[in-house]
Design a protein around this ligand. Structure first.
Ligand SMILES: NC(=O)c1ccc[n+]([C@@H]2O[C@H](COP(=O)([O-])OP(=O)(O)OC[C@H]3O[C@@H](n4cnc5c(N)ncnc54)[C@H](OP(=O)(O)O)[C@@H]3O)[C@@H](O)[C@H]2O)c1
Length: 283
């Protein structure tokens, strides 16, 4: 991975942290994003080896607000010539509904729309040439449905919101792969497995208890990172695009997630919500 630049969101904890660490160890220049200065500092302090520290820069950016994504874009455009691997990994489960300053429900914004926006801004600025894009979804997509006219979920349930956001990432992968066909940019999605992480940590006093449960049933973050590292580095899947993986295995999607009509509908709604044209500038 020498001479490769990797941008990974949600790099301060769990699967993202493990992936960032391993890719830096393999010689990649890693830009790891976390939501706060304090979590970025904590992640940095956990890295002891000099060769890893030299290869990682942590940037704080709260993905719940559109303006923060625009600022991140500006910073990336100024400082990096190209991003060879983009791993859209940051994610949350929010037991209670909350909205950002634009009135958009935070699960759908953090898990999906912010990554939709960031990816499109990087593409429009030609920062993803010959790149691999990896969208970290979840098997939770299986029971999901997209409420196209009601992405904010007027009747909120955390499971419904999380599932919807993960299905959205898969539909995004499908249509983006289609649009980038013949551009030498691949895009795939992945379920990393049930992994013991801090995924439930944004839920106040109850968070530590919920995370203990996840850690009790989940596998190690090393196991969770395997599929992401494979998609980021393996020559075997260099040309492969528009696929869904469970760990390192390509897996057939259920029909509702393999539907171009839904993917197109979601693309148009997402573009509008993010204030983007429906066409890619590199079309
Ligand atoms: N764990 C599982 O069993 C499992 C299963 C399927 C899919 N996944 C997916 O795997 C991905 C990684 O999650 P994880 O399990 O490793 O959980 P985690 O340990 O909680 O890591 C989540 C990461 O997302 C970042 N993040 C959360 N809110 C953010 C925000 N508002 N702005 C920017 N970054 C934010 C966190 O950064 P800070 O710490 O800096 O806030 C953290 O680095 C998620 O997309 C999750 O849906 C996990």
């Amino acid at each position: 991975m020498h001479n490769k630049t990797v941008l990974i969101t949600g790099a301060t904890s769990g699967i993202g942290f493990e992936t960032a660490k391993t890719l830096a160890e393999k010689g990649a220049k890693v830009i790891g994003v976390g939501s706060r200065e304090s979590s970025c500092l904590r992640a940095k302090n956990k890295l002891k080896k000099k060769n890893i520290l030299e290869n990682i820069e942590f940037i704080s950016c709260d993905f719940s607000e559109k303006n923060n994504i625009l600022k991140l874009r500006d910073r990336l455009i100024t400082n990096y010539s190209n991003i060879d691997v983009l791993i859209n990994n940051a994610g949350v489960i929010l037991l209670k509904k909350s909205t950002n300053s634009n009135g958009i429900e935070k699960t759908i914004f953090i898990n999906y729309l912010s990554h939709f926006l960031l990816t499109r801004l990087l593409l429009d600025n030609n920062k993803l040439q010959n790149s691999r894009i990896i969208n970290v979804s979840s098997i939770a997509y299986e029971k999901a449905e997209i409420e196209f006219e009601n992405l904010n979920l007027s009747t909120y349930h955390w499971m419904k919101a999380y599932r919807q956001s993960k299905l959205a990432l898969i539909l995004f992968t499908k249509i983006l792969a289609n649009k980038l066909n013949e551009k030498n940019i691949t895009v795939n999605s992945i379920h990393p497995g049930l992994i013991g992480t801090n995924l439930l940590s944004k839920n106040g006093w109850i968070s530590p208890f919920l995370n203990i449960l996840l850690k009790l049933f989940g596998k190690s973050t090393k196991t969770g990172a395997k599929g992401l590292i494979y998609l980021a580095t393996s020559d075997d899947i260099k040309q492969l695009t528009g696929k869904y993986f469970e760990g390192v295995n390509i897996t057939k999607l259920l029909n509702h997630a393999d539907d171009m009509k839904s993917a197109k509908k979601l693309w148009d709604i997402s573009s509008k919500l993010c204030g983007l044209n429906t066409d890619l500038l590199i079309d």
